[in-house]
Design a protein around this ligand. Sequence first.
Ligand SMILES: O=C(CO)COP(=O)(O)O
Length: 151
Amino acid sequence: MTRPISRVALVAHDNRKTDLIDWVARHREALSGCQLVTTGTTGRLVADRTGLVVERLQSGPLGGDQQVGARISEGQVDLLIFFWDPLEPMSHDPDIKALLRIATLWNIPIACNESSADFIVNSPCFSGYERRVPDFGAYQSRSVGGESTPD
Ligand SMILES: O=C(CO)COP(=O)(O)O
């Protein structure tokens, strides 16, 4: 099973929020054709500063990373832009690690800085990219992304 990129998760730590908002503003046109899901504060700032419509989940320290991770495991996210802070310890470090783990597991493209995010959005295959959705065989027992998978 494959999926094109149309549902994008945006997450940034406080020291990286300006970088993310600037990046979103630069790629506003490409992102306006996508469904955007965000953690709480990131989403409020992205919406205020760019006018894009976003679905806001909880703030990261209150469970937002886990909610994004759950969306990924339910097959509802195609790309994760996560500008995490490599200089500050976070109270919810386990949640951050879990989000990066689940995105890796589900073969979600992940960008943690501006250069990687630019590469992905500027890629000629951005709008037509078909991500392979992993088949976890016996591990997988219910529908993912609207398609049933065998027990
Ligand atoms: O903490 C975050 C990700 O780990 C982001 O949360 P906010 O968008 O609510 O600041």
